[in-house]
Design a protein. Structure first.
Length: 450
């Protein structure tokens, strides 16, 4: 009578082992499939990187020997496209940013520089001597990169290198010291041997003029200590110094002292520049309730704040309302010229009419005494080059920032289409060239530009 339960238990255990075995096999197959997919994705991305960098190198080499501006512009566009493809391929590789830091930086700079040249080479009648020298240096660096990547590709094909870093680390840990080297480690070696590239002075986001730009508003001013910074933060918030405490310091391009405290129902963190003692930014934290003030009242409150802080000749431009907080942009105006780089942002909570945040990074970085030249191109001449589909509603003079941190003196035209869409057109007041177009997005929440 006791044998039957035993038989049942053995039967059930056997069945469970079979199910577990099947599950393990399926899990292993699934893991293997995922591993194969990851390998294939990495290999495809690496092959794409090698191809795009090779084509980038070839195009940079060709660019040195052209003399027709139209062809030069077309080749610069091709270089930019190859750089974009290489960047996308690097993003798909399973390596940390440090392993591809210089490679990614070079590809981005080369592509961006070519894109900048594509916009100017036709107008300038070809490359300048400096631009040709830069292209030559970029071509040499790209050639080294191409050869290194092609060497890696050959070693992978011959089984001398494991492209998948994660897989290589796993197999090395599981046994055997004679494992192929990691591709990530090889990338680090390539990075260490990376050739120097020229300092590219041009208008683009990777221009060294932007990376090395100092805060003009702070030039020549003395540094303050932590105690003085605390007093300045308290004065800015209109509270006693005892309401705030020192909260350390931060580095970066503009080192700051940090103060923190509670005022007007808000937790504030205030950043004060060590040099000059200017309020760099303020961040307030609290839950904002239902609006009591209107947008127009909020705009007036923001203007009163800016005036109370002693900031002169600041004009209000655009604003946006989000979650009960009104963010208002102000820029410096000089002799009727709008200086858009000198930007300040003030955020007002519409439930209490108090400050939520303040950002003067643009103003402190860009504001300086400017010599504004006479416009060589009249407003009428600048307007004549605009599209016939645009109707000009307003005109002003403005200084606008370029992507590389430089400035250009322009005619600003507020335009509208027959459909009611509105645009800002900027025409260089010295050359008559159209520099920028912005779309105005206007709704009940405010006005933004894109």
């Amino acid at each position: 009578m006791k044998k039957r339960p035993v038989i049942r238990v053995v039967t059930f255990l056997s069945a469970a082992l079979v199910v577990a075995g099947i599950f393990a096999i399926r899990s292993t197959r699934k893991a293997n499939a995922l591993d194969l997919y990851a390998r294939a994705t990495t290999e495809r991305a690496f092959d794409e990187l090698v191809t795009s960098v090779s084509e980038l190198s070839n195009a940079l080499e060709k660019s040195q020997y052209l003399s027709d501006p139209a062809l030069e512009g077309a080749l610069c566009t091709q270089i930019f496209g190859r750089a974009m493809t290489a960047q996308a391929a690097m993003e798909a590789l399973p390596y940390a940013s440090r392993e591809l830091e210089q490679t990614a930086s070079f590809v981005a700079k080369a592509g961006d520089y070519a894109n900048a040249l594509a916009r100017t080479v036709g107008t300038n009648g070809g490359y300048s001597e400096e631009e040709l020298e830069n292209l030559h240096s970029l071509a040499e660096a790209a050639s080294v990169m191409k050869l290194n990547l092609q060497d890696m590709q050959a070693r992978v094909a011959q089984g001398q290198m494991d492209l998948d870093q994660v897989y290589a680390e796993t197999t090395a840990a599981e046994g055997g010291e004679d494992q192929p080297p990691l591709a990530g480690e090889t990338f680090q070696t390539i990075e260490q041997e990376f050739p120097e590239i020229p300092t590219l002075i041009y208008d683009g986001p990777f221009s060294e003029t932007m990376a090395s730009r100092e805060a003009l508003f702070l030039e020549g001013r003395e540094e303050i200590d932590e105690e003085e910074a605390l007093k300045k933060a308290a004065k800015f918030l209109d509270v006693s110094a005892s309401a705030l405490r020192s909260a350390g310091e931060c580095g970066g391009d503009v080192p700051c002292w940090i103060s923190a405290g509670f005022a007007a129902g808000t937790d504030y963190t205030v950043y004060v520049t060590k040099q000059g003692g200017e309020i760099w930014s303020v961040i307030g934290q609290r839950d904002v309730g239902e609006a009591v003030y209107t947008v127009d009242q909020g705009l007036s409150i923001a203007e009163d704040m800016v005036s109370g802080w002693g900031l002169k000749n600041m004009e209000r431009s655009y604003h946006e309302l989000s979650d009960g907080v009104l963010v208002v942009n102000f820029e410096h105006a000089e002799n009727g010229v709008r200086c858009y780089p000198d930007l300040i942002k003030v955020a007002v909570a519409l439930d209490t009419g108090t400050l939520m945040s303040y950002d003067a990074k643009g103003y402190i970085t860009a504001h300086t005494a400017r010599t504004i030249p006479e416009a060589a191109v009249s407003a009428e001449a600048a307007q004549s080059g605009l599209s016939q589909q645009l109707s000009v509603q307003e005109h002003a003079m403005a200084i606008i920032p370029t992507e590389g941190g430089r400035e250009k003196y322009c005619h600003e035209f507020l335009c509208q289409t027959e459909e009611g869409d509105r645009y800002l057109m900027y025409v260089n007041a010295q050359t008559g060239r159209q520099e920028k177009i912005l779309i105005l997005l206007e709704d009940e929440a405010g006005t933004l530009t894109v």
